[in-house]
Ligand binder design. Structure first.
Ligand code: FE2
Length: 216
């Protein structure tokens, strides 16, 4: 089977990690707009939020369970680099109560027949914290990972992600390309192995569109 690994350091990192970061930002902006418009209880908004949480969970699982431990091993004894990774893990943990706060505000909005509660504030707080975290990864942790991991390790990371797409998380690809420009879309899809690209075209993307996430 083909793999992601034509240019592992560039393709894998960009495709799997940076592109997901952009999708997190996009979805939280959508949630913020819906909350500001008092549409926090709309069922497709709720479904979009549930999918966003799941994508975030899977992304962090891949980073915390696979990526960061390998980077930590590679930088053993280098205090400054290890400190960056500790900060990244702490930031992941700090997102948990902020996500719970959005959940709670969304439930309150539903109880109050769409009054909104403090959902806009909760989303804003999460968006700001997530932005700081994503920038930290993009400016420090991911370049560090790119500098110390081998091509074989990136290929293994890509294989993990590919298996997840085929087995349990088929919404990842259509979710990433949802609403992005034609050039970025083409670049992302071209970086995928052909079988995944076909699966996305005939099955994943139609299925994703049918869910109409975020429509209000
Ligand atoms: Fe990340």
């Amino acid at each position: 089977m083909e793999t992601f690994a034509v240019q592992p350091r560039d393709m894998t990192c960009h495709t799997l990690l940076y592109a997901a970061h952009q999708a997190f930002r996009r979805d939280l902006d959508r949630l913020g707009a819906a909350a500001a418009a008092g549409k926090g209880r709309a069922s497709h908004v709720r479904a979009g939020w549930e999918n966003l949480k799941e994508q975030l969970r899977l992304h962090q699982e891949l980073e915390d369970g696979w990526l960061w431990p390998r980077v930590e091993r590679a930088v053993a004894g280098r205090r400054a680099e290890r400190a960056v990774l500790e900060e990244i893990r702490a930031e992941h943990a700090r997102l948990v109560p902020l996500i719970a706060r959005v959940d709670a505000a969304m439930d309150a909005a539903m109880d109050a027949a769409g009054q909104g509660g403090d959902l806009p504030a909760a989303v804003r707080e999460l968006r700001e914290a997530l932005e700081r975290h994503l920038l930290h990864e993009e400016m420090s942790a991911l370049p560090l990972a790119e500098s110390v991991l081998t091509g074989a390790e990136w290929r293994a990371l890509a294989a993990q992600a590919r298996d997840r797409c085929e087995a349990g998380t088929p919404l990842f690809v259509p979710w990433v390309v949802d609403g992005i420009g034609p050039v970025e879309r083409s670049r992302f899809l071209t970086a995928l192995p052909r079988p995944l690209r076909e699966l996305n075209r005939v099955m994943w993307e139609p299925r994703y569109r049918k869910r109409r996430l975020w429509s209000i």
